[in-house]
Design a protein around this ligand. Structure first.
Ligand code: CP
Length: 304
């Protein structure tokens, strides 16, 4: 594998190698000296054409913990505004002797397009509603950390599936690792192709929660909706929002995950987000070790 463009192109063995590599880096970043010299001679450009808090900072920290040199680019304030193309932008950055590119972009397929048109390793940090591979890796790694294994787990992804790259990458990763996946949400937010992926649809939230071990709660992505949203946010919360009362009324323990950013009081209430049921900040913590592992494994293939 020369790039990380999506989970779809990875094997179970690839994912397990990333996990065991991340285990080592997790030990490193919990030590008083959090840095290793592994990528001392590598320069990485982080290109963010779309907003990000977690992914952007997590990649930058991962790169710095590996001793890489880092340059950051964001679309606002760049010469994209003057009409420069994506390929020209990246080729100009690569001319400055950059070795790897991490890119977030609003268009599905942007990472694949770039990988075919420039001479660099590309890491997809989220491309529109297509894939967000490092998010799925850190999510499944967090399940493995909590339960010891992903194999055999039942995971429901709740919410705005149709606009979600997190959902698609998680479905691929969970299935490759032997978990069973269902999605739950209003029919208007579930794509027609979902059952072709071997994913069952459950429209009833309580039934979905009674079935699963883990519920991954997604945000409604209003920024990706070109039609007026139906149902309304208030109706969504009434029918698909999770609060502590609902969680505590279930006949079993359910672990709550969320990729962030959370819209508190919409998809989950604060008494769920901040409870012992939630592993949301563990996911964020694990993101750094996972991204260190991905960058380290890709950089091994760069001649130096
Ligand atoms: N989970 C995630 O991708 O968050 P950001 O958009 O803040 O990077």
């Amino acid at each position: 594998v020369d790039h990380l463009l999506g989970i779809k192109g990875l094997s179970r063995e690839d994912i397990e190698l990333i996990f065991t590599t991340a285990d080592n880096f997790k030990d490193v970043i919990n030590r008083p000296i959090k840095k290793v010299p592994s990528l001392r001679d590598i320069t990485i450009a982080n290109l963010f054409f779309e907003n990000s808090t977690r992914t952007k900072l997590s990649f930058e920290l991962a790169e710095k913990r590996l001793s890489a040199d880092v340059v950051n680019f964001s679309a606002s304030g760049s010469s994209l505004k003057k009409g420069e193309t994506l390929i020209d932008t990246v080729n100009n950055i690569l001319a400055m002797k950059v070795d790897m590119v991490v890119m977030r972009h609003p268009n599905p397929g942007a990472a694949v397009f770039l990988s075919r048109n420039v001479n660099s390793r590309i890491v997809n940090a989220g491309d529109g509603a297509h894939e967000h591979p490092t998010q799925a890796l850190l999510d499944t790694y967090s399940i493995r950390e909590k339960y010891g294994d992903v194999e055999g787990k039942k995971v429901v992804i709740v919410g705005d599936i149709v606009h979600s790259r997190v959902a698609l990458s998680n479905i691929f990763a969970l299935q490759k690792l032997g978990a069973t996946v269902k999605v739950c949400g209003p029919q208007t937010l579930i794509p027609k192709y979902i059952e072709d992926l071997g994913v069952e649809v459950e429209l009833d939230l309580r039934k979905a929660l009674e079935w699963c071990d883990i519920a991954n709660m997604l945000r409604i992505q209003l920024e990706r909706q070109d039609i007026k949203y139906f149902p309304s946010i208030r109706e969504y919360t009434m029918t698909y929002g999770v609060d502590a009362e609902l969680l505590n009324s279930l006949s079993k323990e359910v672990t709550i995950m969320h990729p962030g950013p959370i819209n508190r009081g919409v998809e989950i209430t604060s008494d769920v987000a901040d409870s012992d049921h939630a592993i949301i900040l563990n996911q964020v913590e694990n993101g750094v070790a996972i991204r260190m592992a991905v960058l380290y494994l890709l950089a091994e293939k760069i001649a130096r």
